[in-house]
Design a protein around this ligand. Sequence first.
Ligand code: FAD
Length: 431
Amino acid sequence: MNIPNSTKPRVVIIGGGFAGISLAKNLKNSPFQVILLDKNNYHTFQPLLYQVATGGLEPDAIAYPIRKIFQEYPDFYFRLADVKHINPEKNTLTTDVGTLIYDYLVIATGAETNFFGNKTIEQNSMTMKSVPQALNIRSLVLENFEQALLTTDLDEQKSLMNFVLVGGGPTGVELAGALAEMKKAILPKDYPDLDLSNMQINLIQSGDRILNTMTEKSSVDAEKFLKKLGVTIWKNIRVTGYDGKIITTNTDKIFDASTVIWTAGVKGSIIDGLTYNPKANRYNVNTFNQIEGFTNVFALGDVALMVSEKYPQGHPMMAQPALQQGSHLAKNLCNLNAKKPLEPFVYNDKGSMATVGRNKAVVDLPKHTFTGFWAWIVWMFVHLFSLIGFKNKIVVFVNWTYNYIKFDRAQRLIIRPFKKKQLEFFTFDEV
Ligand SMILES: Cc1cc2nc3c(=O)[nH]c(=O)nc-3n(C[C@H](O)[C@H](O)[C@H](O)COP(=O)(O)OP(=O)(O)OC[C@H]3O[C@@H](n4cnc5c(N)ncnc54)[C@H](O)[C@@H]3O)c2cc1C
């Protein structure tokens, strides 16, 4: 990989997400050579992917070049590499562009969509974990309306305009709200010859409340806001299959929809070579983020499962635990190098929030919950200030101001058309 040898111990970080970037930043001027590997050359601000998917923001506004973050960092190297295998016996890892030796290894590979083994859903539904996936949704939504204009078959038209979101967590809720706002303010102007009363937004949640990791008040208010926007919420229904047209559930209810967006599950992005917890698809780590059985291999963020009395299922798969673990591990790596005792990680829960469209959000702080307009203002500022890069902050702020004043979402572009791959079904006779 053409990385010079150094007299300093080498820390290799896999993943330039919230955790990896936080760790690498905190290792500036440390006694280590730092190597960051990521399969993308940019950091993705996932909380705003839904705005890219619904034409509210351009993709460049929520992605930031990793090299630019670390321009001034001494003895720091970034390589665009997809890590395929780890060999902890030899302290090496294999990537698609070569192999690398490490003294300390940190896995911060985040999470991927979990379809719970259901192949029909996996092959036919849309997911939203990356910028290209968000752009696929943006294209498909717009292509559906273009196609709906061309058909005289009312059932087909309704199916093209039926958007089913599976999973009532923050992503499903925020996406449902954004689609509902498009229906209200934008699509009638773009498609005056389409009867948009036929457009449906269905949000399906397997449990008995949406936003079930937030407080009861936030769940109830988010549901109220979504219903007011025209979103239909289905609770206590589990989706069992989707052939690209018909969604089946564990009840009699079926949906005829061309578009299903699956936000119902995530699992850790593990790498071949190390043992992991198969139930959570995350690495079991101790309070120092060391992976079970190792003193020089660590996991951070979504892919780390740190079980404690307060968090028996591990920390929530959110940005804050990833950021905090990253900066904490930087201190512990320095401690380890200086042969000082390690400090256990303690998560500082700053709360959680979700927006449900224009002027509406729900915010849970550790001791206080509030919803509505002021929650929305807080949501906006927290997200704006969390973005990496001054330019991105300005671009997002300008876009939001423009969208707010003009009731618009200017990025309604089909730049890279998305074609759905259909499942092929064979009868036993045909096979
Ligand atoms: C749509 C969406 C909305 C969200 N909204 C919120 C929110 O509002 N608030 C909140 O707190 N959290 C939110 N989250 C969750 C939050 O984004 C994650 O918890 C957070 O990104 C985890 O950070 P991480 O560093 O562990 O992983 P990530 O930020 O996902 O970073 C992982 C990195 O690893 C790289 N990588 C993965 N595998 C490999 C490999 N084999 N080789 C090389 N590189 C690899 C990836 O390219 C990526 O850059 C949201 C997530 C999504 C998907």
